[in-house]
Design a protein around this ligand. Sequence first.
Ligand code: SF4
Length: 224
Amino acid sequence: MIDCARTTILNDEGYLERLNRQIEQERIPLSGSIELTHRCNLRCIHCYLGPPSAVQSIRQRELTTQQIMLLLDEITEAGCLFLLITGGEPLLRKDFPTIYTHAKQNGLIPTVFTNGTLIKDSLMDLFGELPPYSVEVSLYGATASVYENITGVKGSYARCMKGIQKLLSNNIRMQLKTMLMILNSHELSAMEKMARNFGVKFRLDAALFGCLNGDKTPLSLRFP
Ligand code: SF4
């Protein structure tokens, strides 16, 4: 009975239209994103956050756990439903489980963007108990040499592969994406194939921007 009722509502175009109109009219922020940190354990050549020294100065302005939880309460109150949690690398924050749990307890539906290299069993326990809508893992190449030429960290490719396997074996809904640039465009088909073999969706983004500190180096890596 309950399933039938849900199906009826979701198939009711009139209902969805009315809902969308109300969201627009009342300017309800149905979806939003939060950058938990500008720090990252990788050193990607194209990263708009810039060099670690630049990121270090930004760190002083990182919000505390309490400030973020308050923000989550405010956006929930304002009607937000879909929340993108990103960074930098959001899993680098030790308080990620606290923040994520708070978002879920508020009824938000979170998607997590990660480079996939910090995925531990404890995170799988958390996601098993409180599932995300999706986890999106950035893939910078189909081989360790291309991937690590971009990330600048030896062993990061293997850690990313391990993270993807953990997500898959724990049945966490996930997808892969790449930042396409001249350094990895020749591996695009291979990355698509990897995603197919894993049985997950794949998408690409080719919009590279200059760094927050004004350095325009990433622009020279743009795919023409
Ligand atoms: S993984 Fe993302 S945040 Fe980290 S260095 Fe690379 S581009 Fe920047």
